[in-house]
Design a protein around this ligand. Structure first.
Ligand SMILES: Cc1ncc(COP(=O)(O)O)c(C=O)c1O
Length: 399
């Protein structure tokens, strides 16, 4: 039988790519809310590369900015200024709490930077311990694994990096009880992503902010998944009327171009002086060009407004599906970061949705996770709801 291009690729993947992933299919191209597989089949993408392509695939403004910058200057290292890094830092500051930015390349790297920032800040007082949340996810490096609230991700990688304790999410008394003379910070995701789309309660956010201020602890927020407009505000903590001392960004900051960031309040500007932290690629002109185009698009195309409107529409359709399908226990989330709790394994339903032409995700074992581009239309929402209706009917039949 003739070997196809696809067969050849699969042979190369199986033979030469480390088997850390189990990809579902080959995607060849994308445009806004849609992607196409190798056979030319079109899919509605409600996963956005795990909340990365928040503006949609190959958004024209971002693509144009990357192309233009790639022809001008790609990389110079941080031994030199480049014109895009301060511009992007100023845009992040403008849309958040002012502040100072350290650029890197991924969510885990941004969180590593935030952990180092907290340790450095507490160092002279002998404080280093960080209180983290159960069910949280912060990345796959050793320190971010130690901060992550699910032990299963750490299995096989002992010994753990020290200095992290875990408490139940949304439990201020547990945070207080875990605090001791070594505690330097509290770390949380305003909306837990991998942990099942669980938002911090307003009471918890206000209480933890007040407690951190009172006790001289840093409040650290991981906005890697819930930031960049995903919840209808540029940053999820803005729903709560509180500010973190530091936050991390990655995923959608470059709409698919790899870039991460640690953002700290201005008052901490001198905690990490020259020589204390670095990243070769961090803040290079190409990555920052993508980030600048992302913020410009949010401003010019009213992306947050669309996210809020489409989030409300999708939510109402999902509530109707909940009333119809007994397998649905709860609909959770904010904006276009939505979880459908089934209380039983959902992996087969993710596959079924794909077979119906809709890409979705799971979060943990029992939650269907929807993270569509924030630029989706009413037609996209209607199409997705139609597929989910069919998929949840399968869920009803599962024991
Ligand atoms: C909340 C959160 N933090 C950190 C990370 C790690 O980001 P990265 O995979 O870019 O290292 C993720 C990835 O899913 C995440 O959801």
């Amino acid at each position: 039988m003739e070997t196809t291009v696809f067969d050849k690729l699969m042979e190369q993947y199986g033979g030469h790519v480390l088997g850390t992933y189990a990809p579902a299919m080959l995607i060849e191209r994308g445009a806004m809310a849609h992607v196409w597989d190798a056979a030319g089949r079109k899919y509605l993408d409600f996963a956005s590369g795990i909340s990365v392509c928040n503006l949609g695939h190959c958004h024209p403004r971002v693509t144009e900015a990357i192309q233009r910058q790639a022809a001008r200057l790609v990389h110079v290292s941080n031994l030199f200024y480049n014109e895009n890094q301060p511009r992007l830092a100023a845009l992040i500051a403008k849309h958040s709490f002012g502040g100072r930015v350290f650029f890197c390349n991924s969510g885990a790297e941004a969180n590593e930077g935030m952990i180092k920032f907290a340790r450095k800040w507490g160092h002279d007082q002998g404080r280093h311990q960080i209180i983290c949340m159960e069910e949280s996810f912060h990345g796959r490096t050793l320190a971010t694994l130690a901060a992550t609230g699910r032990a299963k991700y750490r299995k096989g990688f002992a010994p753990d990096v020290q200095g992290f304790v875990h408490v139940p999410f949304n439990d201020i008394e547990a945070v207080k009880a875990a605090t001791n003379s070594q505690t330097v910070a509290v770390l949380l995701e305003p909306v837990q992503g991998e942990g099942g789309i669980r938002a911090a309660t307003k009471e918890f956010m206000l209480a933890v902010r007040e407690f951190c201020t009172e006790r001289g602890l840093l409040l650290l927020m991981d906005e890697v998944q819930c930031g960049m407009g995903r919840t209808g505000r540029m940053f999820a903590h803005q729903h709560y009327g509180v500010e973190p001392d530091a936050m991390t960004l990655a995923k959608a900051l470059g709409n698919g171009f790899p870039i991460g960031a640690l953002v700290v309040q201005q008052k901490y500007h001198d905690v990490l002086p020259p020589g204390t932290h670095a990243s070769t690629f961090g803040g290079n002109p190409l990555a920052c060009a993508a980030g600048i185009a992302v913020f410009e698009t949010f401003d010019q195309d009213h992306v947050l407004e669309n996210c809020e409107a489409m989030g409300a529409l999708l939510r109402s359709k999902l509530e109707a599906l909940k009333a119809k399908h007994p397998c649905v226990q709860e609909i959770r989330g904010l904006g276009l970061m939505i979880g459908i709790e089934l209380g039983k394994p959902v992996a087969a339903l993710v596959t079924a949705a794909r077979e119906h032409g809709l890409l979705i995700l799971s979060a943990g074992e029992t939650v269907l996770r929807l993270l569509p581009p924030l630029t989706i239309t009413e037609d996209d929402v209607a199409e997705a709801a139609g597929v989910l209706d069919a998929v949840l009917a399968l869920g009803d039949k599962q024991s």
